[in-house]
Design a protein around this ligand. Structure first.
Ligand code: ADP
Ligand code: ZN
Length: 721
């Protein structure tokens, strides 16, 4: 190639052409450095015919500066980047960026300098230094990483290095990862499991695209079954990728994987340090990372020879990315498998309606594991009617649930209370004047967090100290907390059972894989009697001595009533009840509700999942909602309400008329203000056959607005806020 067309890592720029200087070898996929004005930019060489741009005369081309010594981004991944950008209406650069690491990993430095505490106190130990050192503890990282952990500036860390309290250490980032042994310690599968595993092994060896739905009840051994497929990929010398919905789940997964395969897989998630991230990226690109487990961002990495993708808990909404490129990792995983010509396994005890539908029409093949492994029974479930059997005044746990907790404590068994609400109370108001604490940046109440003695906005992170008096009428002692969060339930448990050992599990307490590991260890050692947690505890965990699950408020997820409210409630309660009775002791689940006759509760209690799904699916079909129809949201936001409103109306006026497509709105979004920006929404609803993306691209492409207004398109939206 004497000239090269690049996608550069700047989403505002289109494709750019360069000259390839004499002696430099590039091909499509090569990662290069190019001059741009006075600066330098990383870019990826692309097939010129796939990127439309104005031809630049030979004489105006500038030379490429450098090509990295890395395997080129392979064709299937290049096609995936194009497909994702096209489908989700995103710039190619924004998608491609997810495939590339920081420039450091591109360089191929063999080592990186990290820092850690020496244990020697500095001569001058200010309170700030002392606190930083205490927070850092045994942890290690770049100066900037330690500064964040220690809650201080980089300067303070450097000062501590000079003072001898922190020292430099060289970390080798090209150290090889151990290779998992497919035959290290495989379980003896029962017959159903063995049949399913055989199908998947065959699919791995067939070397062609094959989407599978692995639909098995909680505890049926889905993980053991897809481990066999991974083992087969390892035997074939290929790579496997496992996507998990939550980084908190990686830690237990790593342990479990190590028990089965003799060593841990390579982890990829936002909690990695720079050095870990570089090492993992390089091993993934070289093919040396045989099995990678990660959050959705692991999906776009440049695996050298991918042989299998598994999406575990595939129904989870957290696979949908809500900012930047708003892609759904489950759907993109299927597309990647198609382009790589490999199998993809979607594992779930409660598959999404979209996924079930694909299985029903035969696009996905289905493997069923209908019973728990080893004869463990699924727990019994009962609804507790909060109107007939209400909790005591100012309490949230109904007498029957309290009784059950008491029994469990007496039997030395563990219990779990599930409430999908962080903090102490979702709303604080003044009893005297009615003042309510609202976030100044968002349409949201400030949530009280009693442990940190603060009010916090769960949308933008705004914090304020917990007030003593009403800011409006100045009355002291008039502020009341309304409604429960997990902290408040924990308080109630402490009042009821002062001797019970409790743990709160939310993203506030379990914010790193290490914290998750600590929680698991304490549960396994029997050091916790009652867990109070959000959706973070609903999945993945396997605690044999946990025999009671209490759902504090089953109605919570149904409020708001978006497209998937009932489905989500069903999945969540089914998942959390899946934590009960996984060992040889029988489990039970008590679900508190104000409306035990709601179809979703009836279905849960009677165990009629099929009936529930059938009814939901029919309702979707009747309303032409996904998967039978398509949705796309257009969100307009600006710091100026008038401006956002005007642009939204401009977009609304320009809406193209199209058969089988309707445009609703604009209307103020339910979350009318977010991070200081006013928001308006339009919703596009279309027949499946309508090329919605092309229509929207053309529609919005013909309009313009000031750069202070942001317009984003959410294709297949999950959030309707
Ligand atoms: P799922 O992923 O469907 O929830 P798991 O794979 O976690 O189920 O299995 C539930 C529990 O049963 C785990 O502790 C697992 O190790 C155990 N188990 C499942 N199948 C077998 C088997 N064939 N032999 C031994 N243990 C098994
Ligand atoms: Zn806010």
């Amino acid at each position: 190639m004497s000239r090269a067309r690049l996608i550069v890592m700047n989403a505002a720029l289109g494709p750019l052409d360069y000259r390839v200087p004499h002696g430099m070898q590039v091909e499509p996929g090569s990662v290069v450095v190019a001059p741009l004005g006075p600066r330098q930019m990383i870019g990826v060489v692309w097939e010129p015919e796939r990127l439309a741009t104005q031809e630049v005369g030979e004489n105006r081309l500038r030379n490429l500066l450098h090509v990295y010594d890395l395997p080129p981004i392979a064709a299937p991944l290049r096609r995936l980047v194009e497909w994702t950008a096209d489908y989700y209406l995103s710039p190619l650069a924004a998608v491609l960026r997810m495939a590339l690491p920081s420039s450091g990993a591109l360089e191929g430095a063999r080592s990186i300098t990290e820092y850690r505490a020496t244990g020697r106190a500095p001569e001058r130990l200010t309170p700030q230094r002392a606190q930083a050192l205490e927070r850092i503890g045994e942890r290690q990282g770049l100066v900037s990483e330690l500064a964040i952990i220690g809650g201080v500036s980089d300067g303070v860390i450097r000062g501590l290095v000079k003072a001898g309290a922190i020292e430099a250490v060289e970390v080798q980032i090209d150290d090889p990862f151990p290779v998992p042994d497919p035959d290290h310690d495989p379980p003896a599968l029962d017959e159903t499991q063995a049949d399913a595993a055989a199908e998947l092994r065959e699919a791995v060896n067939a070397g062609q695209f094959a989407p599978w739905l692995l639909d098995g009840v909680t505890g049926s051994g889905k993980t053991e079954v897809y481990f066999e497929a991974i083992a087969e990929a390892i035997r074939a010398g290929r790579q496997a990728l496992v996507l998990l919905p939550e980084i908190a789940l990686t830690e237990p997964f790593l342990k479990r994987f190590a028990a089965r395969f003799g060593c841990e897989p390579v982890a990829w998630h936002s909690g990695l340090r720079q050095s870990q991230r570089r090492r993992a990226w390089r091993a993934i690109a070289s093919g040396e990372a045989r099995v990678t487990v990660g959050a959705r961002s692991a999906l776009f990495l440049p695996y050298r020879d991918l042989g299998l993708i598994v999406v575990d808990e595939a129904h989870e909404a957290s696979f949908k990315q809500e900012d930047g490129v708003q892609y759904h990792a489950r759907d993109v995983a299927v597309m990647r498998a198609k382009l790589e010509e490999i199998p993809v396994v979607l594992a779930s005890a409660t598959p999404a309606i979209e996924t079930r539908h694909m299985a029903e029409i035969g696009t996905y093949r289905e493997l069923k594991l209908p019973a728990r492994y080893g004869g463990a029974r699924l727990p019994d479930m009962a609804a507790l009617d909060l109107l007939r059997d209400p909790p005591a005044r100012g309490r949230w746990l109904a007498p029957k649930l309290v009784e059950a907790l008491e029994e469990n404590l007496a039997n030395g068994e563990q219990s779990l209370l599930f409430l999908n609400r962080r903090g102490y109370a979702p709303l604080t108001l003044c009893r005297r004047c009615g003042y309510r604490f609202q976030c100044p940046n968002c349409t949201a109440w400030m949530v009280e967090h009693r442990f940190t003695r603060r009010l916090a906005c769960h949308h933008c992170g705004h914090m304020m100290p917990a007030p003593d008096a009403c800011p409006e009428c100045r009355e002291e002692d008039a502020l009341v907390a309304c409604g429960p969060g997990v902290e408040r339930i924990a308080d109630e448990v402490a009042l009821l059972f002062p001797d019970a050992r409790t743990a709160i599990v939310t993203s506030d307490t379990i914010w790193s894989p290490a914290k998750a590991a600590e929680f698991v260890a304490r549960m396994e050692a029997g050091e916790i009697d009652i867990v109070i947690g959000t959706q973070l505890v609903t999945k993945g965990y396997h605690f044999p001595n946990l025999t009671l699950v209490g759902v504090v408020d089953a109605d919570l997820g149904l409020a708001g009533g978006d497209l998937r409210a009932a489905e989500r409630t069903f999945q969540q309660i089914q998942q959390v009840s899946g934590r009960a009775g996984r060992g040889d002791k029988h489990g039970r689940v008590l679900v508190q509700t104000h409306d035990p006759s709601a179809p979703v509760l009836q279905a849960l209690v009677s165990g009629d999942a099929e009936g529930f799904y059938a009814a939901e699916t029919e309702a979707r079909r009747a309303a032409a909602m996904p998967p039978f129809g398509r949705l796309a949201a257009i969100i307009v936001s600006s710091e100026s309400q008038a401006e956002a409103n005007e642009v939204a109306r401009q977009i609304g006026r320009a809406a193209p008329a199209h058969d089988n497509m309707a445009v609703f709105g604009p209307a103020p979004a339910p979350l009318a203000m977010l991070r200081g920006r006013h928001r308006f929404r339009l919703l596009v609803h279309a027949n499946r056959a309508v090329p919605v993306q092309d229509i929207i691209r053309e529609w919005l492409g013909g309009l313009s607005w000031k750069s202070s207004t942001r317009v984003t398109v959410d294709v297949d939206p999950y959030s309707f806020l």
